[in-house]
Design a protein around this ligand. Structure first.
Ligand SMILES: Nc1nc2c(ncn2[C@@H]2O[C@H](COP(=O)(O)OP(=O)(O)OP(=O)(O)O)[C@@H](O)[C@H]2O)c(=O)[nH]1
Length: 494
């Protein structure tokens, strides 16, 4: 007959070995079971939500249980009035845990209640894994007694600590936490890039110094935005303007962001892109980068948004693009520019069912200008004609040099008769104009072909083919005239 409190030598050794191997092999199982109990009772909202913290605690406990079991003798399962807890590995672990949890501000009652689930999980392990063992009772007894010891040691340590030591420990911890918080605050505030913390509704919950200066034009002090206006000395006026940032949707502060980030922030998406904005009457280009924030338990906790000022880079890009798209002699657009505009204008005209006309103009007998007056005079003529064209067209028309002495005018929302009238005005102005270079003066004429832009065409040549044919006819008909493609079709003489 096996007794519960004093197992025989063989049985004791067997049970001890069983417990040790159970604890070694089932750390993950124990963690899941304990977490399951803790979750069910909502303990996890007060305790650490980090898996690694639970893992460390359970690993530490199992190790202490194993060590304690190894040191244990058959007769030491029960406690004695003069028990020396300090030299028991498990008691030692309990004391360290007590100190650690007390420093975190956890009350003994709460910790002991949580420990109940540890005890339950460890006995569950024995019950489930050793259900058929003839030694099940002894095994259970072994575990329960170990947990009794753990609790006694823990409570003893907790209660024997004088109150001023507890207060000292807590204030040290508090100081450490405050320093840590200040460090992260300093890092956030010191970022040269404007940074905003946003909640689910995209309302600004915090903004760093760079963000405040950007939006208000003021050099805010680090952390100033945290404190109440009335409570800080002498900065009420400044502070009020900073405070206009907090608790307002970021899309209200910077409406240009609306298209990019929407009305709410969801958990999934990280959003980024280039955005142009006007802030306090100044134009900026930003690269914005919005990341969802997750707390340590993986819960969505708003987002952080950075606005990196890329105005200088964008200005250089624009200048380069302008240079790449421009004919250096006349300042008109080049073929590349025309091609890129033509595609978007074609689809716009199609969408709005609007006419889109093109006029191709070519200087008459231009070769003879070069031959008689030199290339410089030829260049001056090209420059003058380009200027006459630019002066005549509307802001949304496109003007490009597409050949040596050939130019194109792309005219959105313009029917062929309207384009013809414009071309005629241009022809007259050119004919009346005199170009001067040094002593020499020269007058030239131009021929113009006008047509609607061909819709199904793929290349620029195909698109302007009709206008080109009309131009060819204008040349054949004697030059210095405007011919429309429609006139060619109806065989009407120009
Ligand atoms: N000065 C100058 N001349 C250019 C430039 N690009 C092309 N040309 C000249 O433009 C002239 C075009 O001559 P052609 O194609 O024979 O035509 P055209 O003399 O204008 O005669 P039609 O077009 O038939 O009326 C050539 O002499 C080219 O050298 C330029 O950038 N500057």
């Amino acid at each position: 007959m096996v007794t519960m409190t004093h197992p025989q030598g063989d049985e004791f050794a067997l049970c001890r070995a069983t417990i040790i191997s159970l604890l070694r092999d089932n750390e993950d199982w124990l963690m899941r079971r304990i977490l399951d109990y803790a979750h069910r009772q909502d303990y996890t909202q007060y305790t650490s939500t980090m898996m690694c913290a639970w893992q460390a605690s359970i690993a530490g406990l199992s190790e202490a249980l194993i060590k304690g079991a190894q040191e244990q003798t058959r007769s030491s399962i029960e406690f004695t009035p003069n028990q020396d807890f300090i030299h028991d590995a498990l008691a030692h672990f309990a004391v360290e845990e007590a100190i650690l949890h007390r420093k975190r501000g956890i009350k003994p009652g709460m910790f002991l209640s949580l420990l109940k689930y540890y005890r339950q999980a460890y006995t569950d392990l024995v019950d489930e894994r050793c259900a058929d063992s003839p030694h099940i009772k002894t095994l259970r007894h072994f575990v329960l007694k170990r947990f009794d010891l753990l609790e006694i040691a823990l409570v003893t340590e907790w209660n024997s600590t004088p109150m001023d030591k507890v207060v000292d420990e807590l204030s040290t911890t508090n100081r450490k936490l405050t320093n840590e918080k200040n460090f992260y605050l300093t890092a956030f505030e010191s970022l040269g890039t404007p940074a905003f913390l946003l909640d689910h509704e995209l309302e600004v919950t915090d903004a760093n110094q760079a963000a405040v200066s950007l939006l208000t034009g003021m050099n805010a002090r680090a952390g100033e935005v945290y404190y109440d206006a009335a409570a800080i000395t002498g900065h009420d006026q400044d502070f009020v303007s900073e405070n206009v940032i907090l608790n307002r949707p970021v899309t209200e502060l910077m409406p240009e962001l609306t298209d990019f980030i929407g009305k709410r922030c969801d958990t999934e998406a990280q959003k980024s892109g280039d955005v142009s904005m006007t802030i306090r009457d100044e134009d900026y280009d930003f690269f914005f980068d919005q990341h969802p924030l997750q707390d340590i338990s993986g819960q969505f906790a708003g987002s952080i948004m950075f606005l990196k000022d890329i105005s200088d880079r964008k200005a250089v890009e624009r200048r380069l693009k302008a240079i790449a798209d421009k004919d250096p002699l006349t300042g008109a657009g080049n073929r590349r520019a025309l091609e890129s505009v033509i595609k978007s204008e074609l689809s716009r005209a199609h969408r709005h069912d609007e006419p889109l006309s093109v006029a191709i103009l070519d200087i008459d007998w231009f070769k003879s200008v070069n031959d008689n007056y030199g290339h410089l005079m030829g260049d001056r003529v090209l420059i003058d004609i380009a200027k006459l064209c630019k002066d005549l067209i509307r802001p949304y028309d496109t003007f490009a040099r597409i050949g040596g002495e050939e130019f194109a005018l792309l005219l959105p929302k313009t029917s062929v008769p309207e384009a013809e009238r414009l071309a005629e005005r241009l022809r007259q102005r050119v004919a009346e104009h005199t170009t001067q270079a040094g002593e020499n003066r020269v007058q030239v004429t131009i021929s113009i072909g006008v047509a609607l832009l061909a819709k199904g065409a793929k290349t620029l040549e195909e698109m302007i083919e009709s206008a080109d044919r009309a131009l060819y006819c204008a040349k054949l008909d004697g030059r210095n005239r405007v011919v429309t493609f429609e006139q060619l079709r109806s065989n009407k003489p120009a």
